[in-house]
Ligand binder design. Sequence first.
Ligand code: GN1
Ligand code: MG
Length: 362
Amino acid sequence: MDLTEIYKIFGLTGEYTGYNVLKNGNINKTYKADFKENGKNKSYIIQNINTYVFKKPEYIMENIDGVTKHIYGKLPDDKKERGVLHYLNAVDGKNYYVDKNGGFWRGYGFVDNSVTYDSFDDPALFEAAGEAFGEFQLLLSDYDASTLHEIIPGFHNTKSRYKKLFETIEKDPAGRVGSVMPEIEFLKENRSLGEALVDMLEDGELPLRVTHNDTKGNNILFDKDTNETLAVIDLDTVMPGLVAYDFGDAIRFGANFSDEDEPDISKTGLDLKKYEAFTKGFVGKIKDSATKKELETLSLGAIVMTIELAVRFLHDYIDGDKYFKLNYPEHNIVRTRCQIALAKDMIKKRGEMDRIVKKYAN
Ligand code: GN1
Ligand code: MG
């Protein structure tokens, strides 16, 4: 599909000066399109949604419409412009467009002078990320969860994720099972740990809340000059979930010494300094609204989310790489090994992780 067609459909005007592909998402295709109008630069984000992953993208757009309006309504006037994404309407008034080949498109205004980070070497910045994700949850604490579509059913249900992994191992569709036995073994040994949060949810020990469910640090916009946090983005997976999922995934991604797909796993492990910085920010925001049990399960959330991603990356590898975008053929198994190395290190450090949560929960 020709991008200029898409610009027309979303009514973008001005002189078009070019686009970049933004590469930090593993699912959708994202473009930043640059325009000039009356001497001023104005950019837009255009996304082509992956319909293998998102079977009903119209539902995502309904969720996003509700959630962004809710947040917009709560922001003070001076934050309304940059504190939430403003989605574009197509010529027919819908906030998406389906092309003749079934391609699903949407767009929003690029937030002026904003930046995202893939890693957080400055603890203060990661603490701010913790505050932003904590605040996001507070903003949605009164959102009517029954109006939200469950975009990917069982998204963080590690019991069904494990089940699907073992079913695919049985079928071995890509003939790769024989080469990944140590990884399968680790995941088998740690199955009850990986399923622990779902057990607690099923037993009614933890409340469901409206959560983001994809809290990678690069889903936060910062002001390029001041590093003030502006907005939480990537709202595709906003759904009912556990607080521990949002805390856990942010730690999994941002408090790792390495990237989530580092091939040299001797570099991988939990950086307790970063862990503490994020915990300080996140727990500081949610401690009054969270239950004691929720706070107690945060460190477990980090371990569970890391095991979950190992399960998901390994599943995709065994399944022949259908879900996640790859940068090279072995990418999914490299990701799996990195997540396993991180999970092992977290398991060793669990006592320390708990101590840190307690420090900020009181
Ligand atoms: C995917 O595309 P991105 O980066 O927003 C995935 C997340 C994973 C993440 C791992 C819908 O997110 O669940 O944690 O990759 N999103 C979906 O990097 O599956
Ligand atoms: Mg995402």
